[in-house]
Design a protein. Sequence first.
Length: 203
Amino acid sequence: MKKILILIFTIFTTILTTGAGYVGTLPNIEAEFSYLQKEHSENSSAPFSIEELDKQNEQELKPVPRDNDSYVDIIIKKDGSTKYLNDVNDVILILEKLRKCLNTDNDIQKFNAIVSNLIDNVEYIRIEYKDKPESNYLSYTRIQEASALARETANFRTQGLATEKYFPYSSPSNIYTKENLQAKLDNLLNYVTETIFILKNLE
């Protein structure tokens, strides 16, 4: 009977104390770890406030000078002008071939082929950009003039060759003399040289 009472008392005590947790006073550890909280606070704080950051950005970031024509032409319009510049560059290459031909070669077929290529490229640019801002560029006007002068010179040279057997150079009615032809070729060479320089040093 005594054993039964002890067993019942043990079970009853276990039921009452189960889940109760620790009963007593916990040690105060806050003071011992306060230095860690201080270090964490110092390390996690921003080196400057949001207001300071905004002020610094205002000082370092300059406004875009959209009222500056040079900035607008060079920076903003650069991408839009790329196609025109590429087209003009093609003309420069043709003009350089024409200049070399005028300086070193008397082959009329080669001369006429280069002039024909020049005329075709310049005509494409004229049609492509005639209603666009590029039509106001000096380069646009200059290549039209160079093309017209090259066409005139090529026609004069071709007609002179065709009439050579019918009109002697000494005839007063013959305008296709060697002197006249050479003067036109020299004039074209000077104009082509100047045009190449302009195209390479403008837009």
